[in-house]
Design a protein around this ligand. Structure first.
Ligand SMILES: C[S@@+](CC[C@H](N)C(=O)[O-])C[C@H]1O[C@@H](n2cnc3c(N)ncnc32)[C@H](O)[C@@H]1O
Length: 288
């Protein structure tokens, strides 16, 4: 009788523990990414030796372990499931990769992701939505984010590929996986004063509006409106063209690197190249 009570208590405890673990899996259940899709994710992110790869909800650790094995990249995985974390650390040790990677039991929303140059995800849409502003706030511009199957809503991917995944029935009802890449954009919104080196009369004021990596702008020179077009932002690199209104005026093709409230780069005008700098004079306080 006493033994039956004990067995019952153990079973109840085990059931409660399992339910609690499921409840904490707010990013979705454990479904491993097929190895062919892992390879495609790392390829799309362009993982190299100098990268630090973080997988949020790392399961058996396969994404971080593959990056370490194939590219000697350092990395970290976090998962709410302690057993999967132990399994991942054991695999790292077995393969002699534990000097490069580490796995911790932690909620993805409580994870410090600032060191990641590559962030990988295979989490349900609600969790992707919760993580979006954290990613934009904590990752450095130019960091690459790669997701398996699920997106960030309004923040459109920079690239998307669909590949056959014969061992996985995808959410679209096909035996395929979508792999998406986002490059974390620098914050460039605001008003910028642009100067061309050695040419004090070539001063422009450019007002930029930003929605993730998409830009809209307005430009002026000496109070007169100048056409601005072909704006492109990738990480902390910006390109745009200013087209002065004078007849037959050559377009000014700007390329630059954003560093906080400064931009520096080169501008090509009819095959001649000059340096330019810009200073942000008004910053937008908009949250993204
Ligand atoms: C679909 S699996 C992906 C596993 C691995 N990233 C891969 O692609 O093979 C999602 C993983 O996220 C974990 N997870 C779910 N919610 C989580 C949370 N809030 N914090 C940490 N891990 C979570 C689950 O335990 C599971 O291992």
């Amino acid at each position: 009788m006493r033994l039956t009570k004990f067995v019952l208590a153990v079973l109840c405890f085990a059931a409660a523990a399992t339910a609690a673990a499921q409840e904490e899996r707010t990013g979705g259940p454990y479904v491993p990414t097929p190895q062919s899709v892992v390879d495609e994710m790392l390829k799309l992110a362009g993982v190299r030796e100098e990268d630090f790869v973080v997988d949020l909800g790392s399961g058996d650790g396969r994404i971080v372990l593959t990056a370490a094995r194939r590219f000697q990249a350092r990395g970290m995985g976090v998962d709410i499931d302690g057993e999967l974390v132990d399994q991942s650390n054991a695999a790292a040790q077995r393969e002699g990769l534990d000097h490069l990677v580490q796995f911790d039991q932690r909620d993805v929303l409580q994870t410090d992701i600032g060191e990641a140059s590559v962030l990988t995800l295979y989490l349900l849409p609600n969790m992707m939505a919760s993580l979006r502003s954290k990613i934009l706030a904590e990752l450095k511009p130019g960091s690459r984010v790669v997701s398996h199957d699920f997106e960030f809503g309004e923040w459109q991917p920079d690239r998307k590929v669909t590949i056959d995944a014969p061992d996985k029935y995808g959410p679209g009802g096909t035996w395929t996986s979508n792999v998406m890449l986002w490059v974390v954009p620098a914050r460039v919104e605001g008003v910028w004063r642009i100067a061309l080196s050695g040419n004090s009369d070539k001063l422009y004021t450019v007002t930029l509006k930003q929605k993730f990596q998409k830009l809209e702008g307005e430009a002026r020179q000496g109070g007169r409106r100048v056409e601005i077009r072909d704006m492109h932002l990738e990480g902390n690199r910006i390109r745009f063209v200013l087209q002065p209104g004078a007849p037959r005026a050559a377009p000014r093709e700007f390329r630059g690197v954003i560093n906080g409230d400064q931009i520096g780069g080169e501008v090509t005008i009819a095959q001649a190249t000059a340096n330019w700098t810009a200073k942000r004079v008004v910053t937008s306080a908009r949250k993204r």
